[in-house]
Ligand binder design. Structure first.
Ligand code: MN
Length: 499
């Protein structure tokens, strides 16, 4: 996956010439100190890079022009230590193509009560300088994140980190290639969409392949390579007896190893970061890729079943955002319900393809029949998901625009064991409750497929949607049905006329 440590955010401090050399020198020194602290912060996973203080239209334009083409620059932070008149920023903002975070901070945290004089007032003007800065971005409709507070505080660094991780996923999206083996699951609507528009909007591109292209390299995988990978499976997973060497289903396990090796080679050689499969197009494959898809997701690849390229891309994006954080990310489906009024909950799963990064404890490797698709019994990993907060994120194409819907959920323990359930599963209660959460989701048109994560929360996806310039709907603890209905109708108007 993309290495966050190699990515840069440029820190650009605004000022103007009329303060004189001494004050401007101090502005630069203070900015460097802030940059140093942010760059060193354990909370922020990317490099924060100091750029010389900008004081004129030309300096601002040139700095933004450089940011646009700098290979590892994935976004900019702007801040006005002093006043920096906003007309100077217009031509620069017109050409800036990178995500923006406006940090509304001040070098001094505390007022120097006993010593404050006019020199101090002259130097520390963010309280009004940043308002001038905010005005021009609002006037020019610049999508941005605004973070308020002292730069040394944990919550401020955390908010910068959330945005930086969303910006990293956006950076990855600009060159993301999704390989699609087979087309859509026939007749399914929500997994379809406008791939050309998606490329224009998000940068990522979707490449279709006949499953025969994959079959060819599946058949070329050597027994030696399969032996090696199967040995790894036996070490890493708790393998059922029938799946072990000599067992009744060992050949089924070996076949998934063959699929994993072939898929990985295909994706690596083609520079793909995500892929889809569909059980309706498996010509020449003996099994649906189950364990193979699970393992590739764990390796950082996005995945979508049934041709779902949008959620494959979203799984990839959320994996990039959550890199190094506690909790994983998986392709997910709201599968079945427990509707007992004493504790309604959702059982999330898929036919096979749930990523083990979201699992609790050692995953079990099992082989079971698949009641759909008419192929051999596939090997798959079976596990539970730990309790705690999580999100489900769904990207849909409404024909005229994309909408990103996020439901904050709380993962809970199952009420009882499910010894006969042959797939990995998560149990959760949607916020604010199942009735409202599911109702709001359905009114929003959210898909049955999602990117599920316990590593990130709704803030990351909100920043991502802001950077992408797409509609964002959050269903959380304050959601009501009548509010969401109004929000959806107002958004309709905004996207029809406002943009
Ligand atoms: Mn599905």
């Amino acid at each position: 996956m993309i290495d966050l440590k190699k990515l840069e955010v440029w820190f650009i401090t605004g000022s103007q010439d009329l303060y004189g050399e001494e004050t401007l020198k101090q502005v630069a020194v203070d900015s460097q100190q802030i940059v140093k602290a942010l760059d060193k912060s354990a909370k922020i996973p990317v490099h924060i890079v100091f750029k010389p203080v900008v004081k004129s239209p030309a300096e601002i334009f040139n700095t933004f022009q450089d940011a646009n083409v700098a290979k590892n620059c994935m976004g900019v932070i702007t801040w006005c230590h002093t006043f920096s008149p906003s007309k100077m920023w217009i031509n620069g903002l017109k050409i800036l193509h990178k995500p923006v975070l406006h940090l509304h901070t001040q070098f001094n945290r505390d007022l120097p009560w006993a010593d404050i004089d006019m020199d101090f007032m002259n130097l520390n003007q963010a309280a009004h300088g940043d308002r001038e800065h905010g005005f021009i971005m609002s006037r020019m409709n610049v999508n941005r994140k605004v973070v308020v507070g002292h730069w040394g505080e944990d919550d401020v660094q955390e908010e910068i980190s959330v945005w930086a991780r969303a910006a990293a996923a956006w950076f990855d999206f600009q060159t993301l290639k999704v390989a699609r083996f087979g087309d859509n699951m026939r007749e399914v609507a929500v997994t379809e969409g406008d791939k050309v528009e998606a490329q224009i909007k998000f940068g990522m591109s979707v490449y279709g392949y006949g499953v025969g292209d994959l079959v060819k390299i599946v058949n070329e995988v050597s027994d030696k390579d399969i032996d090696k990978l199967v040995k790894e499976y036996m070490d890493v997973f708790e393998v059922a007896k029938a799946g072990k060497p000599g067992g009744e289903f060992h050949t089924n396990v070996r076949y998934q190893a063959r699929l994993e090796i072939a898929l990985k080679n295909f994706l690596k050689n083609g520079g793909f970061g995500a892929f889809t499969t569909t059980f309706e197009d498996l010509h020449g494959l003996a099994q649906l890729p189950g364990l193979a898809s699970q393992r590739l997701m764990a390796d950082g690849y996005g995945f979508g079943a049934e041709g779902d390229w949008k959620h494959s891309a979203m799984v990839r994006a959320v994996k990039v955002m959550g890199q190094g954080l506690k909790g994983g990310c998986s392709f997910m489906e709201d599968y079945t319900y427990h509707l007992n009024p004493k504790g309604m909950k959702v059982l999330g799963a898929h036919m096979l393809e749930i990523c083990p990064t979201i699992g609790k404890g050692k995953a079990k490797l099992e082989v079971h029949p698949l009641g759909i698709g008419g192929k051999a019994d596939p090997a798959r990993l079976v596990f539970n998901v730990p309790e705690g907060p999580a999100i489900n994120a769904s990207l849909i194409d409404l024909g005229t625009r994309f909408r990103l819907i996020v439901n904050s959920v709380d993962c809970v323990k199952a009420d009882a064991d499910m010894p006969k359930l042959p797939v990995a599963r998560a149990m959760w209660v949607p916020q604010p409750d199942l009735k409202t959460g599911a109702g709001a989701w359905i009114l929003s048109g959210g898909a049955h497929h999602t990117a599920f994560s316990q590593a990130v929360d709704a803030r990351y996806l909100e920043d991502f949607a802001e950077i992408a310039g797409i509609e964002f709907i959050h269903i959380g603890k304050n959601t009501t049905i009548s509010d969401i209905k109004k929000e959806l109708r107002w958004n309709d108007l905004y996207y029809r006329f406002g943009k």
